[in-house]
Design a protein around this ligand. Structure first.
Ligand code: GAR
Length: 208
């Protein structure tokens, strides 16, 4: 059974999808053992507490830079004996002290089809604002491993939705969450926990 540590910053609907998937048996061979929040007021913390999952708060605001913050995260991950780290709406870019120590063991959900609308500055609603401003007709979400560059690690799964006339960033965000993020993130976590993701040449392949 793999220890899954989930990092959050906000509402935590993706965390909820993971909790529900663990309960219903969609996630095989993995258990959410700790939720770490960069934001003391994140509603995601309530979701963890409501489900008897231990929580830690490591406020981003208390650290002067990304390196010192990342070292604090690294210490916590080591203490929690994390086998898998999931960034579920975690709004801080982690320094390489974490990404190197947990290479191919950190999974992120990004609310666009990487390599579009990704990288530094593209997070949350801003991603959907950019997609609508460009006028794309299809968007979606990407589940990928995390490496030293923002949103540049090996892609595990992607899913799409149509962009409709009259969409607002909020409407598009909701459609992508409901149809893609909440389904594919638990799926990728389950695949990882069952050792069904293979890495070759820096790319990720799902083993059937
Ligand atoms: C989700 O849409 C997630 O994909 C996005 O923030 C939202 C968090 O919602 N993540 C990023 O933009 C990371 N670059 P949640 O807290 O309800 O899961």
């Amino acid at each position: 059974m793999k220890n899954i540590v989930v990092l959050v910053s906000g509402g935590g609907t993706n965390l909820q999808a993971l909790i529900d998937a663990e309960k219903s048996g969609i996630i095989k061979n993995g258990k959410i053992t700790c939720v770490i929040s960069s934001n003391p007021n994140a509603y995601a913390l309530e979701r963890a507490k409501n489900n008897d999952i231990s929580t830690r708060i490591i406020p981003r605001k208390e650290y002067s830079d990304s390196v010192s913050y990342s070292h604090a995260i690294l210490d916590a991950l080591n203490e929690e004996k994390a086998d898998l780290v999931v960034l579920a709406g975690f709004m801080t870019i982690l320094d390489e002290c974490v990404t190197k120590a947990y290479a191919y063991k950190i999974i992120n959900v990004h609310p666009a089809l990487i390599p579009s609308f990704c990288g530094e500055g593209f997070y949350g609603l801003r991603v959907h604002e950019a997609a609508l401003a460009y006028g794309v007709k299809v968007s979606g979400a990407t589940i990928h491993f995390v490496n030293e560059k923002a949103d540049a690690g090996a892609i595990i799964l992607q899913g799409t939705v149509n962009v409709e006339n009259g969409d607002t960033p909020e409407i598009l965000q909701k459609r992508i969450m409901e149809n893609v993020e909440w389904k594919l993130l638990p799926k990728a976590v389950s695949l990882f926990c069952q050792d069904k993701i293979e890495i070759a040449d820096g790319k990720a392949y799902v083993k059937e």
